[in-house]
Design a protein around this ligand. Structure first.
Ligand code: NOJ
Ligand code: CA
Length: 705
């Protein structure tokens, strides 16, 4: 079945998807529960014991039951091996009895879905959603009466479950103080993770450690189990709730630690409500994690209706110059955002087919220490040397959009007061995209209440989850796309709000300008298996002048030039920057041609090979086109990769333009050694390429006819 996305939101506690006929045999419940559940789904009477739901390919089995004390729990088996041990479920509230014990399963409803839906843009046009579902209803056996449900969906590539809490006596307004959900990993594992609840939000170098070294970790967190099975924990559809970090409270037991409000409450809500989906990707190998649409499938369809105005694009901008200190955001002799400079960037963008020009530092408020001056930003007043009307007229005449910039320094009250006017201004000027920014230490997001009292929140608490979505919705009303930096992590909401094109939430290229240390050679080989599992990232690749402070400086980009090109294929983003200064591209028109040619929107994407933190190879086909692009990157190890081209149309010849590391290339001593060559290839060929230390390869494959 094919489903075009439309604006329907599932009702709470109703089936989110149309029930379909399915063979009962798809479900295997342990006897005698099987009979019971079948009856339950028809007669809604109480089963006892455990209920089970399997993935369509039957390899993943999720079991839900209650323990002797009536505490709800679940477990997960994969190919007959236990991968999540019995793990707690439940919620604690500030003023009501918790959903923690004294429960029984009173009803189980089942459903199966097999459909394809179409994305307006994405890594692939058509997404397959094939899963089996259970809705397990729990009720307290004693007083006070309490009830909630767990909805579980099991796909071939993982599972998701969420709490659905109906309206009930005594629970109209609830403050959640703890979510009890656990992930109990049964064995040793190698973990790939960044720390949670630390000042730099999601901007950390990934660590590779034994499980026991983790205290708190952000999601997605990825594990390799001893037998090579990979798991990745995350969440989907984070709406009006707090994000969670994985909190290792006992050895191997990770609890969902919800980010608190400044007053200590985790989530302020009312019944009925649903939680975000808690997701576990399950794959026999590393690369299987990449070829998964689990998180998107667990989000609601497009809520915006016609989104033909949403434009994926490449962009350039007045940006890297500030990070390497040749420009300033603030006013003065080095001010970057001037009318004249912006026009030069517009000319460059128009000449090379870029859709947008980002301009940072155009508005009043950057003088002084902008990090701590969030109260002073105006989002409508320009510096005198930036004529916003002249610039946007010029952009329009050249077929380019200005990408507006709103840096808030984490002062939400100041921003929200001006949000309508600021977005109206952009709309009136034809600005179709904005980048927002929330530079503030985690925990230092400021808002001021009606009495003038300031409160300080986390970037990933409920307050900010709501704020980011408000910014996306308000922008959508004006047909503007959004790219937040210092964002909330991606949980697939781009499906519901397709104007939420991309975001930062990653230790991006800017760290190479000033970070101590810069991003290490391993970085781009670990991001695909961790951060990128959540969604697109505005990493801002494409630095050509890798040694911008001279070859001796430790402040540099720790890759070869070829690897910068490969990043356009490896790191998915529908909004992709060519981050370097125009003069550095003009100095290397041969290499720049790949950035000009590479698309940002895809018909399909296939991860071909890779190991977490070692290397990865991606192939992607242009949306609505016949040309393919391959990107391969390696860590600090030089390596040979074999790329089978069997994804190509077997009946055609292709011209391959290969941008690869030269034989002498080495990221430290010879990063610019780049070979560009052409060959005719077919689907029967396998290319063998040597990637230098921290090197890569980028390949364009165009049908020869
Ligand atoms: C941090 C963002 O990641 C960066 O792209 C931006 O230039 C600065 N904040 C200033 O807004
Ligand atoms: Ca490595």
């Amino acid at each position: 079945m094919f489903v075009a996305e439309e604006s329907t939101l599932a009702g709470v506690f109703g089936l989110a998807i149309a029930p379909q006929q399915h063979p009962r045999a798809m479900y295997s419940y342990s006897f005698p529960v099987a009979l019971f559940v079948l009856l339950c789904s028809m007669l809604a009477v109480s089963p006892a014991g455990a209920v089970e739901v399997r993935s369509p390919d039957t390899r993943i089995v999720v079991t839900v039951d209650v323990d002797d004390g009536g505490a709800p729990r679940y477990r997960v088996d994969y190919r007959g091996e236990n991968v999540i041990r019995d793990s707690k479920l439940g919620l604690h509230f500030a003023s009501q009895h918790g959903f923690d014990s004294g429960f029984e399963i009173v009803e189980v409803l089942e459903n199966a879905v097999d459909q394809r839906w179409e994305q307006p843009w994405g890594q692939r046009r058509l997404v397959t959603d094939r899963h089996n579902e259970l809705l397990v209803r729990f009720e307290s056996t004693g007083k006070p009466a309490r009830r909630f449900a767990l909805r579980v969906r099991v796909f071939d590539d993982g599972l998701g479950f969420r709490y659905e809490v109906p309206r009930q006596r005594g629970y109209s307004a609830v403050d959640i103080v703890d979510e009890l959900t656990e992930f109990h990993v049964p064995s040793e594992a190698t973990a790939f993770w960044i720390p949670g609840r630390r000042f730099n939000r999601y901007e950390y170098i990934y660590r590779t450690t034994p499980l026991e070294d983790i205290a708190m970790a952000h999601t997605p967190m990825t594990l390799r189990l001893p037998d090579g099975v990979h798991l990745s924990f995350h969440e989907a559809a984070l709406v009006d709730y707090a994000a969670y970090v994985l909190d290792q409270r006992r050895p191997n037991v990770f609890e969902t630690n919800l980010t608190p409000w400044s007053d200590g409450v985790r989530v302020k809500t009312r019944t009925p409500f649903v939680s975000p989906w808690r997701t576990i990707q399950v794959s026999p190998d590393a690369v299987g994690l990449l070829n998964s649409d689990l998180v998107l499938n667990l989000n609601e369809p497009n809520a915006l209706g016609d989104v033909s105005w949403v434009e994926p694009m490449k962009y350039v901008g007045i940006w890297w110059g500030m990070h390497i200190r040749t420009y300033t955001w603030s006013s003065g002799p080095l001010h970057g955002a001037t009318t004249a400079e912006t026009k030069k960037y517009i000319d460059f963008a128009a000449r090379h087919g870029f859709g947008g020009v980002l301009v940072e530092g155009w508005n009043i408020g950057w003088d002084g220490d902008w990090f701590f001056n969030g109260d002073l930003f105006s989002f409508t007043e320009t510096y005198p040397d930036f004529d916003i009307v002249e610039v946007t007229d010029y952009a329009r005449d050249n077929g380019v959009t200005l990408i507006g910039h709103h840096e808030t320094s984490g002062n939400i009250t100041n921003y929200e007061k001006q949000m309508d006017d600021a977005l109206d201004l952009y709309e009136s000027l034809g600005v179709r995209a904005i980048k927002t920014g929330y530079v503030a230490d985690a925990g230092d997001i400021k808002w001021v209440d009606r009495r003038g009292v300031a409160h300080y929140e986390w970037h990933d608490g409920q307050f900010m989850v709501d704020h980011y979505l408000k910014s996306v919705r308000e922008s959508a009303k004006r047909q503007i796309t959004v790219n937040p930096h210092e964002p909330i992590k991606d949980t697939g909401l781009r499906r519901t709000y397709p104007n939420w094109l991309t975001r930062e939430g990653v230790r991006g290229q800017e760290f190479n300008a000033w970070g101590d240390p810069p991003n290490p050679p391993e970085h781009l080989t670990i991001l695909p298996f961790t951060r990128m599992l959540s969604g697109p990232a505005d990493y801002t690749p494409g630095i050509f002048n890798l040694t911008f402070q001279g070859p001796e400086s430790k402040q540099r980009v720790q890759t070869t030039l070829a690897k910068q090109l490969a990043a356009y294929v490896v790191l998915y983003s529908p909004l992709q920057m060519a981050a370097d200064l125009p003069e550095n591209y003009e100095a290397r028109p041969d290499a720049f041609q790949f950035i000009v040619d590479v698309p940002v929107d895809w018909e399909q994407s296939i991860a071909l090979d890779g190991e977490v933190g070692d290397f990865v190879v991606w192939a992607r086909q242009r949306r609505g086109g016949d040309d393919w692009y391959v990107g391969a990157v390696t860590d600090e190890e030089e390596r040979q990769v074999g790329i089978s081209l069997d994804f190509l149309d077997p009946d055609r010849d292709y011209t391959a333009t290969i941008y690869r590391d030269g034989d002498e290339a080495d990221w430290q001593s010879n990063p610019y050694d780049l070979v560009i060559e052409q060959r005719t290839v077919t689907a029967a060929d396998t290319m063998s390429l040597r990637l230098a230390t921290s090197g890569g390869a980028a390949i364009q494959l165009v049908p020869a006819d």
